[in-house]
Write a protein that binds this ligand. Structure first.
Ligand code: FAD
Length: 390
């Protein structure tokens, strides 16, 4: 029996190796269009490869897999983050879990994973053909099974797939350009607990927020870009944005400001910073809310000014002017529709023997190792499904 794996990336290698482990007599060939395999693994996580996540604080898979969370939940019954962790350790890659729950090779070097995959592929006699772009399935006559692991940004229609089953890919995980020079002047400012939202929608993300020389970045923004990937693409990356710099509800913020008025009536607004906001950001926000009155003592604030300041802290409005590339992680949302595949095996419903794994599927995660986890889980699922059929 012969299996062709199209794409020599994370999912392709994981699938091929697991298939050989389950089914040693299977002939497995990886076809890679480029001259080198595993190129994304090499650059992932800033060269360290954030290969999975401990998932300890993940309460709802939708928060980390904006697309594909239901399928991921189902497939985790077969192969989840604990299985990935075990798999790598059993194959000689020692892992470490950071405080933020991201998992990396203990070597802090993505090459440890690449070397593991290459030596396992060699050990199992997997054929790797580089410079071999597959354009049509007709090129693979003679193969019993075909696994497509071509990654994101594939053109539609993919191979012989009807265009209706291919969701046009758009980028996910990017930072926002905001053409506001006063904001950009605060570049380098980090707020550890902020939230960002698209007004008029339920799209909202929390976490650290970083002000950059082009606008905003940091985990809260990257998450929001992922949740709103399709909406942002449809709006040509021009949408309003609301930031809550305090991570508290309006009533709590108003209460905190009233407390400052009571406790420090004589002190200047600039000398008492609620929520430990960075000094430059606090000055910017008070000036934005109060203009000249930002130079006044706390005790002189009237009710209207208090409301304006509360609103600026909790609901600070901006206009997203475009997308700025994020260098560390970049994935696509879209790809092969999940309705086109059997959810237990990832086999194309319309084409028996044709399977999909990795980012080519319409599954994508936020930053933190969730995308590689999706690649391992889907690749393992396909390996298991093929080995069960042989
Ligand atoms: C800079 C960067 C950093 C990242 N860091 C992280 C991280 O730390 N943690 C994380 O979880 N995720 C990270 N990601 C996302 C992660 O890399 C991807 O989700 C993952 O690589 C997807 O694996 P894949 O095998 O599905 O696709 P890919 O890794 O993209 O592999 C697909 C392969 O298929 C080949 N191919 C495509 N079409 C054809 C064809 N027709 N014929 C033959 N070959 C073909 C491609 O050349 C490619 O080698 C990062 C992504 C980028 C770009």
């Amino acid at each position: 029996m012969k299996t062709a794996v199209i794409g020599g990336g994370a999912a392709g290698f994981f699938l091929a190796i697991n298939l050989k482990e389950m089914c040693p007599e299977m002939e497995v060939t990886i076809f890679e269009q480029g001259t080198r395999v595993l190129r994304k693994v090499e650059v992932s996580g800033g060269g360290r490869c954030n290969c999975t996540n401990a998932f300890a604080s993940v309460r709802d898979l939708q928060a980390v897999y904006p697309r594909g969370h239901r399928l991921m939940k189902r497939l985790f019954c077969t192969f989840d983050y604990r299985d990935s962790y075990r798999w790598f350790e059993q194959h000689g890659v020692r892992l470490v879990t950071q405080e933020d729950e991201c998992v990396f090779p203990a070597s802090q070097d993505a090459h440890t994973i690449i070397n593991c995959f290459l030596s396992e592929a060699r050990r199992h006699g997997i054929t790797i053909r580089t410079g071999a772009r597959i354009e049509t399935l007709g090129q693979l006559d003679g193969y019993d099974y075909i696994a497509v692991t071509t990654g994101g940004m594939s053109r539609a229609p993919l191979f012989d797939m009807p265009p209706s089953l291919f969701i046009p890919p758009v980028p996910s995980l990017f930072t926002f350009r905001i053409d506001d020079t006063a904001l950009q002047a605060l570049m380098g400012t980090v707020v550890e607990q902020a939230s960002a939202a698209i007004p008029g929608t339920k799209l909202r993300a929390e976490g650290p927020l970083l002000i950059t020389h082009w606008g905003m970045s940091g985990p809260a923004i990257l998450r929001l870009s992922s949740y709103a990937a399709r909406l942002l693409a449809d709006s040509a990356y021009k949408l309003p944005l609301a930031v809550n710099w305090t991570h508290h509800k309006e009533a709590e913020v108003a209460e905190e400001l009233l407390g400052a008025i009571r406790r420090y009536p004589q002190r200047q607004l600039s000398s008492v910073r609620p929520f430990a906001l960075p000094g430059r950001l606090w000055s910017y926000l008070t000036e934005k809310a109060l203009g000249q009155r930002a130079q006044s003592p706390w005790g002189s604030l009237n009710r209207k000014e208090l409301n304006r300041l509360t609103n600026t802290l909790c609901n600070d409005g901006y206009q997203i002017a475009g997308r700025a590339p994020f260098k560390d992680e970049f994935v696509t949302c879209g790809g092969v529709s999940l309705s086109a595949v059997n959810p237990n095996t990832l086999e194309a419903k319309a084409t028996p023997g044709l399977y999909f794994a990795g980012e080519v599927l319409d599954i994508d995660g936020v930053t933190g190792g969730f995308n590689f986890q999706a690649a391992w889980t889907t690749a393992y699922t396909v390996a298991k499904a093929i080995s069960a059929r042989k």
